[in-house]
Design a protein around this ligand. Structure first.
Ligand SMILES: Cc1ncc(COP(=O)(O)O)c(C=O)c1O
Length: 451
């Protein structure tokens, strides 16, 4: 147990021999996990603590979401006050002040050209909401034949039927044959031969955006409602867009009257050193989704931002008619709104939405120092996101990264994510340079021990 600090008496009394059977765990190899549970009991700042009190350095901000760090007091206080004051309020034909305040704050943070926000409870719901907004928008403008969507291979847009249809991760699609009809996919942008060990955006690959023109020609532009991409593909292993690629997608979609949707569930809220990824890349989409960092993961929440003109297109017909027949019981839930308002204050007061820009060079240099460590075939980074790709073992894809993940957790007290044979990292934005070095030192020790 190298380097695992013991929090001893700080650890809550938990029954570590509890029965794990009944919980059908999401996106988990249940039997493998239950054989070797990796349990978290509490969290604070940059760390988790196991039920036994071992301290775990959080290299992934939970699941790409705890951008302000764990259990921040202003956020905790806001949640407990909301829970005691207004536990729940419907948002259908009713409202509560925090929802309106939050929407105004978010629109202000986004700035031009975005002027409205639609609330939901997760990234998956945000994606489905954005797809439905796109379809309705075209129909309201007399272009109801625009029903197709174009996503991208290796894209992750959550797990709703809309999200898996436009998403491009085969394992998330293969069991669910009935998906949205009329969806096509662009190629993903990663190429080990051409772009391995690129620092930031690769110089190779802008031409891949031309594939969009080919797909548009095939289906005819007049049938396509929207193109959806993550500005940086996160869940597929931090695939950084080539230089000029997003700009080209924007130009092509604009030319053909097709909406461009950015899925910013990971890149939103400071991950790249600007409040939103589109601001970092200087490419404004028509709609963009957020979730996770909106309240630093403290309560379920998602949202869709709409460019000027989209909401206004819906505001027609009789005054008493519902303009968009869509929404969730928990849209703009008071507890989630309170958490988000407090989180935005923390982000503002501590400069966290631009902190990744200050740390990005240190992060990049630290991660790329792993070049040459055995089995490492690629390292990718942008803002405070990073990935180390390992060669797969013959006949056992994913096992090397899984072992690295377990060793990191148990031997080094480090939380990293793994997807296939890729180790992905996205630490809380409060991380120090020493902690960045610590993540990389621990990961190096792990990788050196794994064959
Ligand atoms: C880009 C992107 N979109 C959508 C989602 C789905 O979010 P949720 O798990 O909150 O439904 C995720 C989750 O990681 C994501 O990374």
């Amino acid at each position: 147990m190298n380097d695992i600090a013991r929090a001893g008496s700080l650890a809550p009394e938990l029954n570590t021999h509890q029965d794990l059977e009944a919980f059908w765990m999401p996106f988990t190899a249940n039997r493998q996990f239950k054989d070797r549970p990796r349990m978290l009991a509490r969290a604070e700042g940059m760390h988790y603590y196991t039920p036994e009190g071992h301290q775990i350095l959080d290299g992934t901000a939970g699941l790409w979401c705890v951008n302000a760090g764990h259990c921040r007091k202003p956020i905790v206080d806001a949640i407990s006050q909301a829970a005691a004051t207004l536990d729940y309020a419907p948002s259908f034909n009713m409202g509560h002040p925090m929802a309106f305040d939050l929407a105004s704050r978010l629109v202000e943070l986004a700035g031009d050209p975005f002027n409205h926000v639609f609330f939901c409870n997760s990234g998956s719901e945000a994606v489905d909401s954005a797809l439905k907004i796109a379809l309705s928008y075209h129909r309201l403008r007399g272009e109801g034949q625009r029903t197709r969507f174009i996503g991208r291979e290796r894209g992750y847009h959550g797990v709703g039927f809309g999200g898996i249809s436009v998403g491009g991760i085969p394992g998330n699609r293969k069991m669910f044959s009935a998906m949205l009809p009329g969806v096509d996919h662009m190629p993903h942008t990663w190429n080990l031969k051409e772009a391995a060990f690129s620092r930031g955006q690769p110089s190779w690959g802008e031409h891949l955006a031309d594939e969009l023109e080919r797909i548009i020609t095939l289906h005819d532009a007049s049938t396509i409602a929207a193109v959806i991409v993550e500005p940086v593909a996160g869940s597929a292993g931090v695939l950084v867009p080539p230089k000029g690629y997003l700009e080209k997608l924007r130009a092509i979609t604009e030319k053909h009257g097709i909406l461009l949707i950015f899925d910013e569930v990971i890149t939103g809220f400071g991950r790249l050193g600007k409040p939103f990824g589109w601001q970092y890349f200087g490419v404004a989409p028509d709609l963009y989704t957020v979730a996770k960092g909106v309240n630093s993961g403290a309560a379920p929440m998602g949202a869709v931002f709409a460019r000027k003109g989209i909401y206004e297109t819906f505001m027609q017909g009789p005054q008493a008619a519902i303009e968009f027949a869509h929404g969730y019981t928990y849209s703009a839930h008071p507890i989630s709104c309170a958490a988000a308002l407090a989180t935005l204050d923390v982000y503002r007061d501590e400069g966290l939405l631009t902190r990744a820009a200050e740390l990005a060079q240190h992060w990049e240099d630290a991660l790329h120092s792993l070049k040459g460590v055995r089995n490492v075939i690629d390292i990718r980074n942008i803002g405070l996101m990073g990935a180390v790709e390992l060669a797969s073992r013959d006949g056992a894809p994913g096992m090397r990264a899984y072992e690295a993940h377990c060793k990191a957790f148990f031997d080094e007290g480090l939380l990293v994510r793994y997807t296939g044979d890729i180790i992905a990292m996205s630490p809380p934005l409060i991380i120090s340079t020493n902690q960045i070095d610590e993540i990389v030192a621990r990961l190096r020790r792990v990788l050196e021990k794994i064959d």
